[in-house]
Design a binder for this molecule. Sequence first.
Ligand SMILES: *Cc1c(COP(=O)(O)O)cnc(C)c1O
Length: 534
Amino acid sequence: MNAVNASGWRPSMGETGEAGEKFVTSSGDYGLMLEEALSFELGSSEKCGVDLDTPARPAAAGLSKFLRKAAPALPGLTEPETVRHYTRLSRQNYAIDLGPFPLGSCTMKHNPRLNEKMARLPGFADVHPLQPQKSVEGALEVIEQLADWLITLTGMASVAMSPKAGAHGELCGLLCIRAALDARGEKRDVVLVPESAHGTNPATAAFAGFKVQSIPATPEGRVDLDALKAKLGPNVAGVMITNPNTCGLFEPEMKAIGDAVHAAGGYVYCDGANFNAIVGKVRPGDLGVDAMHINLHKTFSTPHGGGGPGAGPVVLSEALAPFAPLPFVTRSADGTVHLVEEENAGEGHAQAFGRMVAFHGQMGMFTRALTYILSHGADGLRQVAEDAVLNANYVLRSCEDLLPAPFAKSGPCMHEALFSDAGLAEGFSTLDIAKGLIDEGFHPMTVYFPLVVKGAMLVEPTETESKAGLDRFIGSLRSLAQRAKDGDQSLHSAPHFAPRRRLDETLAARKPVLVWQGHLGEPGTPSLSEFGGS
Ligand SMILES: *Cc1c(COP(=O)(O)O)cnc(C)c1O
C-alpha cells in the first residue's frame, strides 16, 4: 500500500502489460475498477454532511461532566462524498446478484425478490418482541406455519425455531441431547464426529462440554460404519453426522448408523446444512435422526454470508422433543396460535432445557423462508433438490478429466462437486485456481475443505444457475486447470484484475487490524503493505 497523496487518492497500483510496460493512471482507478481510500483518509474535520444548529440551551445540570472537551475524531464528508464512498466500496464486492457464488457447503442460491417484499411488510418488519401477543398473531402464525412445513419436510416430531444459525442449532441439538441424558440419569460425555465434518461440529460438541472423538472416512468418502460401531459404548452421548456429507455424497448407511447408535443408548445429531440436496426427496426422520438443524438461509433462501443473518431451526425426534428450548409457538385446539413461555411451560414443555435466545428467533428469515416454501410448493421443493444435484453432476462430469474428482467413481454426487489439486504442475495448487477464478469474474469455490481431500475444491452451483451460466463457469475452471497443468507461471500472481493481489492471509489472520488507528504512514500505525497489499 502506498501512502495517500495530497488529494486523498492513492497512487496507481500500476498494472504491468505483457511487454513489461507499466500502465498507470493518475487517479489510481482503472476504468470501472475503483481504488478507494478509507473515509478517514478522504474526510476532514472541517467538513460536515449536515447543518446542525448550535444548541441554544446549555447542558442540563448534572450532565455537564459528560460534555466532550474536544470534537470526536470522525471524518467529515459531504453527503455526495459519503454516498460515493460506499457505492465505490460496494463495487469491489462480489455478490450473488452479480454472478454465481459456487462456495461449497454454503448454498448461495438466488434469493427471490418476492421473499424480500413479504419480509418488508410492516406487520412483519416492524414487530417488536415485547409487543402484546394479541397484536402479533399474524407473526406467530407465520412461525407456526413454517414450523409445520419443516416438520412435514423432515418427518420429525417437533421443531425448535429460535436458534439463530446452523452452529447455534447444533448447540441447541446437543443441549437437548444432554437434557435427555440428564433425565435418564446418565452421564455420557463423548460425541463422535466424522473426520470430514464441518468445523462447527467438533467446536459445538466441545463448547457443549463433550469430548470429541473422530470417526475415519472410508476410501469412498463415507462414514466408516465398522469404525463407528467400534467406538460406541456407555460413554457415547451421540454422533454428529452430516448427510449429504461434506464430500458431496449421500450416506447410504444412515439408517444402520442410527440403529447402532440407538442400540448403544446414544442419539443421532444430523448436520442438515446440505438439506438442499434432499429436500422433498428424503425425510431425515425416516433415517433415525434425533435432531437436525436446517439452515433457513441456505436451503430456504435468505441473502447470507459475511456473518448473517441466519436462522437455524432444529427439528427433533419424539425422544428429544420434550427438551426443546422456550419460547415455543403452539397451536391450540381452537386453531389459534400462542406462545409457551416459562410461566405456561406446563403445556407440554415442562422439561425444556432453557432458552437459546431472549426471544423467538429471526422474524425476517421466517417470513422469507415461508414465502419461499409456499411459492415453490412441495413439487417445487423436490425440483429444487433435483436441479441442484443435476447442476453439480454437470460440473463434476464436465471437469473430471482435468481435475481429479476423488469420489466420482462411487457414482453421482449430490449437490456439490468435489475436486482435488493432485495432478497440477509442480508448485501449483488449489489456491492458484481459486485466485485465477477471481480474474475470470467468479467468486472462488470453497477451498481446502473438507480436510479429508488434498487441496479440496468444493463447488456448489445450486439449482438457480442456468446451463449457459454453468457452461461459462466450467469454461473458466477448465481453462485454469489446463494453465495449472501446463505450469503457466502467471497464474501464481493472480488475481491480476482485482483491486488487490494476493494478501498474506496468515498474517491477516494472526495480526488482524480491525480498527483504524491513525493516518497511514504516521509512526506507530500499521501499514497495509505489511499484509502484502499493493
Ligand atoms: C454452513 C454450515 C454449518 C454452519 O451453519 P451456520 O449457519 O453458518 O452457523 C454447519 N455445517 C455445515 C456442513 C455447513 O455447511
